[in-house]
Ligand binder design. Structure first.
Ligand SMILES: *Cc1c(COP(=O)(O)O)cnc(C)c1O
Length: 710
């Protein structure tokens, strides 16, 4: 069904496999494959935005021909291609006996995917979780297909004005130049699907990204068939317009199911990554009712084969749609289920607030037979939050289980660190990286080698920051103060704290500014100073979040802080890589219990950047007393007092623990006690908070059981 004209007519036959490689995101988490593109031409690689599809289209033929006749390049090419073909060609692990290429056991729905800098379909943590999840499913050969949205204008570039206010610059994605392909029908035209039951009709065009073995289908409403209002449905992630938001979610759940149906992709189990796609449950019920099964039986069947993963304890993070909007869009839908209006709306009611509207989380929890939170603590909070849905059960028996998040190790490991691990953990460590025993060999790495590798990576981070500032200065003619606040005065020899994430207010990015005098003393210390690098975007509609950015930006400009606070603009996947690899400590101080899990600290920990975190999310499970630092265990107070107490705890840990460890070096310049914490951080966290451990847990806790019911 996916015919294509040759997009790279210049590619010599001898290296024709680069075409397949460029069209599967597999290359992005295999360094040898990345190098294969980089070797064609370093400059072109960079200028393409690390996007092989774009690069191969633009590269002059001579470059390709010269590679095709270079024996050294060809050797490299043959090795990579043979591994690629082997990985992609292997059979699925769960259902070896099911024939046919179009049968997928599990369909995974998510509103966002964070896969690579060239594919801007994410806002933050939820997207990276989904991206890491499907990459790991590819590595583990899980028979899974995934569905999401194409947001052609989804990428909001962040520019900070001179007064520190965040401006958003929309960038429109060049669909033809990204590693995305149109899904074509038998006539060679792009597949366009009509979203069922919505009048006047809405159409979506279907695109595909090959994430290794896993196909990700993306829906795009920006096509001529749709009127302007409908075209704009997929313009941005998480629009604030409630009706447009409802229409997005109808398309994601109901349209997404229809896309799979149209492509002939059958699935036995549905996995909802957060509530945005929960209407997919309705489609599954409707299908069965249409086949003549009673509504009750259909609900039972769908429940026993559907898994819902809830991701947020923040009340505003759950979508609630007004009843009149639900009526407007679903009045012709509920008869198809055999329900009347009231019975239909009841499905989404929160027992405590029956008049608030249709709550997507309440709905998903009611219908799905398997449910989980994303850390041990989050599941506890979720059981308390949703206890009223199960009035007959005590809180601890509320059926919400947990699978703690993890990160895709091949994606987030720094390449130089990976080489070091290859030397000391044995060449096969990556294949068995969720096995804690493998990581015991971290002890074999000499302290000075680990330290020098880290130091090299830190210099790379600071160089990247300077280069960004230089470009802003030279190209955009920004003022000197913007260049300064962007981190030009950073010094690699100084203890460097990193804080980078979305600027939602509960994350309290400016907590460390609570006591300015105490902070100034720390950054101003003549012999043992600290510096802090911040990065992150606020949602375009989140003014309180933007005010926090402004506060930090102004601090970065304050001469009293000596250029040791930096705010780096436009946080995205690429800069996240530099940050989680290159700072010395990863700071995390949300207001508990708002951080369901958090994943950036896991990415850092894996690279020997220990976590300094409040006890919340994954750190409740991760902290073992020697692999980083923790605070805020007993605090119950809210508001100013809580901030005061937490900020004091951070200062105390920096003053009494971080600084002495970091600055005490041996005669060869190695801080052995600090390296001890780095090693503990890697060894204890890397296997447990890997996407591999996570996906295996989803398989064993849920998929296997749900597949038995299918
Ligand atoms: C990992 C990641 C996140 C998620 O970070 P949290 O710790 O969950 O807040 C957000 N943005 C980017 C770019 C990331 O790489």
């Amino acid at each position: 069904m996916e015919l294509k004209t040759d997009p790279f007519p210049n590619l010599p036959q001898r290296i024709i496999g680069l075409r397949d490689l460029a069209e599967s995101l597999w290359w992005s988490w295999h360094p040898a494959a990345r190098m294969l593109f980089k070797r064609l031409d370093r400059q072109a690689w960079k200028e393409s935005g690390y996007n092989p599809d774009k690069m191969l289209k633009e590269l002059p033929t001579e470059f390709l021909e010269s590679a095709a006749s270079d024996p050294d390049y060809l050797r490299h090419y043959d090795v990579v291609l043979s591994q690629f073909r082997k990985d992609i060609g292997r059979k699925c692990c769960l259902l070896d006996d099911i024939p046919g290429p179009n049968i997928h056991a599990i369909a995974y729905f998510s509103a966002e995917y964070g896969l690579h800098r060239s594919l801007p379909f994410y806002a933050g943590g939820l997207g990276f979780l989904a991206g890491d999840y499907i990459k790991e499913c590819s590595d583990l050969r899980v028979p899974l297909v995934s569905v999401g949205f194409m947001y052609p204008g989804g990428y909001m570039r962040q520019c900070i004005r001179e007064d520190g206010w965040q401006e958003n610059v929309d960038e429109i994605l060049d669909r033809e130049a990204a590693s995305i392909s149109r899904v074509l029908n038998d006539h060679g035209e792009q597949v366009v699907v009509k979203v069922p039951l919505i009048e006047p009709p809405i159409y979506v065009a279907v695109w595909k990204i090959a994430v290794g073995r896993v196909s990700l289908y993306l829906m795009d409403t920006d096509i001529e068939l749709n009127d302007p209002w409908n075209r704009g449905i997929s313009a941005n992630l998480y629009t604030g317009d409630i009706e447009q938001r409802l229409r997005q979610e109808i398309i994601l759940g109901i349209g997404g199911s229809e896309v799979l149906e149209t492509l002939g992709i059958r699935h036995s189990v549905l996995h909802l990554n957060e509530g945005h796609a929960a209407f997919a449950l309705l489609e599954r019920i409707r299908d069965r009712v249409r086949e003549g099964i009673s509504y009750e039986e259909a609900v039972h069947q769908v429940g026993s084969t559907s898994l819902f993963t809830t991701h947020t304890p923040v009340p505003a993070g759950h979508d609630v749609f007004p009843f009149q909007l639900m009526e407007k869009y679903f009045h012709s839908y509920w008869p198809a289920l055999g329900l009347n209006r009231d019975a239909f709306l009841q499905l989404g009611i929160h027992p405590n607030e029956p008049n608030a509207g249709f709550n997507m989380t309440a709905f998903a929890l009611r219908i799905s037979g398997y449910r989980n939170g994303v850390s041990k603590q989050h599941a506890q909070v979720a059981r308390r939050m949703w206890q009223d849905l199960w009035p007959d059960l005590p809180e601890e028996e509320v059926p919400i289980d947990h699978v703690t998040n993890g990160v895709h190790v091949p994606t987030w490991i720094e390449p130089k660190m990976e080489l070091l691990f290859n030397r000391y953990l044995g060449p096969k460590w990556l294949e068995d990286h969720d096995n804690p025993v493998v990581w015991e060999l971290i002890e074999e790495i000499p302290d000075d080698e680990l330290w020098r590798t880290h130091y090299w990576v830190k210099i790379k981070l600071i160089d990247a920051i300077r280069e960004r500032s230089r470009r802003r200065w030279a190209k955009d003619r920004v003022s000197a103060s913007i260049v300064l606040a962007g981190g030009t005065l950073l010094d690699p020899s100084i203890l460097t704290i990193g804080f980078a994430r979305r600027f939602a207010t509960y994350k309290r990015a400016d907590l460390i500014f609570h006591d300015m005098q105490r902070l100034k003393k720390l950054v101003y210390d003549r012999w043992r100073p600290i510096q802090i690098i911040f990065a992150g975007k606020a949602h375009p509609a989140d003014d309180p979040g933007k005010r926090i950015i402004q506060r930090i930006f102004n601090a970065a400009l304050d001469p009293e802080l000596g250029g040791r606070i930096a705010f780096v603009e436009d946080y995205g996947e690429q800069f996240a890589q530099y940050m989680v690899h290159g700072v010395d400590v990863w700071l995390n101080n949300p207001l508990p219990p708002m951080e369901a899990s958090g994943t950036s600290g896991m990415k850092a920990a894996l690279n020997g950047v220990p976590h300094l975190s409040i006890m919340d999310g994954w750190w409740v499970e991760g902290f073992n007393g020697k692999n980083g630092w923790a605070f805020g265990e007993e605090e119950e107070e809210e508001g100013e007092n809580r901030d005061q107490a937490d900020a004091s705890a951070i200062y105390r840990i920096i003053e009494e623990e971080l600084i002495p460890l970091y600055y005490k070096v041996s005669e060869n310049g190695v801080p052995h006690d600090w390296v001890r914490v780095m090693k503990e951080s890697i060894k204890s966290n890397a296997p447990r908070f890997s996407a591999r451990r996570m996906v295996k847990e989803y398989i064993h806790k849920f998929y296997v059981n749900a597949l038995k019911e299918a």
